[in-house]
Design a protein around this ligand. Structure first.
Ligand code: C2E
Ligand code: CA
Ligand code: CA
Length: 382
């Protein structure tokens, strides 16, 4: 977004009462007089750093006053679009507060003139804020309550050993059934949790339950857990997990941490994460492999223990043979790099047989089993 600077000479008019308006100004240098040309009244003299013409940002009705440069003046123009863009990126609480303030301001405005037309900019600004901010803010506070009330569930989806088609482990997945909205996809609430500190709380919940389950499962069974960058950046997070596995006498090799390719923006940072996890003994898995943008360089730079090939390759392997060609190359590459290979989203025997021929190590998908409760996991394994 570019910002426009405007210069005015001493005595020059910046705007007249009655002019149409769509921007406000911040004074970078000089002094500005706000006055009424009709009445000959001076309302205010403004200085560096002050904002004026702000109603123009909120509503496109004509300027109610005039403005003139008292000295040579430099102004920074602020357009409505800049404000709405900034707001849509800002914290939900800030958005909610601005939304409430705007509503109050609107109710104080006279019944004619400013802010009364339908679809005025003020309405648009308020609705952007309301949609993006308030609903998200509400959902965030509901998620917080749900975590505290124990309403975030953890389910476990089987991961099978491909050569023998035997159960090898599970992936832990979070579930939230909202009292009014019903099932909310983890894609939505995990993203929301990641924007706040709630991801640490959800993460701790998942780890606690997974470790508890591991202590009740046979030694050879592992559990994969999705971790986000916030958790890996948190110095205390891995220590908390380590304490839990020690207390339960679990080997760290049974807990595999899944990192999505989209999380890897900075190789140096990702290398640090891998080192930290692998030093403790947690195998690290590249999740949704093949869908990110880091490509081959990621494989060179990062020493993943497992590659989990994204479902899109499995879903399309009989629709477009180029997907199978890529799967074949990934399989060869993984073997050469001595990296284990998992396929996800396997839904039928035909897909399973093909992946078996390609030499995949593990598979996950409805063909082997859907995500299930702890009780069902225990029934399956005992
Ligand atoms: P993901 O890690 O790629 O998880 C696999 C997703 O594929 C799961 O969706 C799973 O239910 C679904 N799936 C498994 N097998 C099949 C199949 O055969 N066919 C089809 N069509 N889908 C299958 P889910 O549970 O909706 O999770 C979505 C995403 O949310 C996960 O994608 C993961 O990235 C994230 N997620 C879920 N729980 C957590 C969590 O506790 N922490 C974090 N950080 N992320 C989580
Ligand atoms: Ca995953
Ligand atoms: Ca995945």
């Amino acid at each position: 977004m570019t910002y426009h600077i405007q210069q005015f000479k001493q005595g020059e008019i910046i705007f007249h009462g009655g002019d149409s308006s769509d921007c406000a100004y911040i004074i970078e240098a000089g002094q500005v007089e706000i006055y009424s040309a009709n009445k000959g009244t001076i309302f205010d003299i403004l200085h560096e750093g002050e904002l004026f013409g702000e109603m123009g940002v909120l509503d496109q009705s004509p300027r109610s006053t005039s403005a003139r440069a008292v000295t040579p003046v430099t102004l920074l123009e602020v357009k409505t679009q800049q404000i709405t863009n900034r707001l849509s990126e800002s914290d939900p609480i800030v958005k909610a507060l601005v939304g409430v303030l705007l509503k109050r301001l609107r109710s104080m405005l006279p019944s004619q003139g400013l802010g009364t037309e339908k679809n005025s900019l003020l309405d648009q600004v308020a609705s952007v804020i309301e949609q993006a901010g308030l609903s998200k803010f509400k959902l965030e506070s509901e998620l917080r309550s749900a975590i505290n009330a124990g309403d975030i569930q953890t389910v476990f989806q089987p991961i099978n050993d491909i050569p023998n088609n035997e159960l090898a482990g599970f992936e832990a997945l979070s579930r939230w059934t909202h009292p009014h909205r019903g099932f909310i996809s983890p894609v939505e609430f995990i993203a929301l949790a990641e924007e706040t500190d709630l991801i640490s709380e959800v993460g701790d919940l998942v780890f606690t339950r997974a470790i508890d389950l591991l202590s009740r499962l046979p030694e050879h069974v592992f559990i994969n857990i999705n971790v986000s960058s916030k958790q890996l950046d948190d110095e205390q997070f891995l220590n908390r997990v380590l304490k839990k596995i020690k207390a339960n006498n679990i080997s760290p090799s049974r807990l595999k941490l899944e990192i999505t390719e989209t999380m890897v923006v900075d190789f140096n940072l990702a290398k640090k994460w891998l080192k930290k996890c692998q030093k403790i003994g947690f195998p690290v898995c590249a999740d949704d492999f093949g869908t990110g943008h880091s490509g081959m360089e990621q494989l060179v730079e990062l020493n993943f223990d497992v590659l989990k090939v994204d479902q899109v390759f499995i879903r399309n392997m009989f629709k477009n043979e180029r997907y199978q060609t890529i799967l074949n190359s990934i399989a060869t590459m993984a073997k050469d790099l001595e990296t284990k290979l998992v396929a996800e989203g396997i839904e039928n025997d035909q897909e399973y047989q093909t992946l078996k021929k390609l030499g995949f190590d593990y598979g996950q998908g409805y063909f082997f089993g859907k995500p299930m409760s702890v009780e069902d996991v225990l029934k399956l394994t005992n």
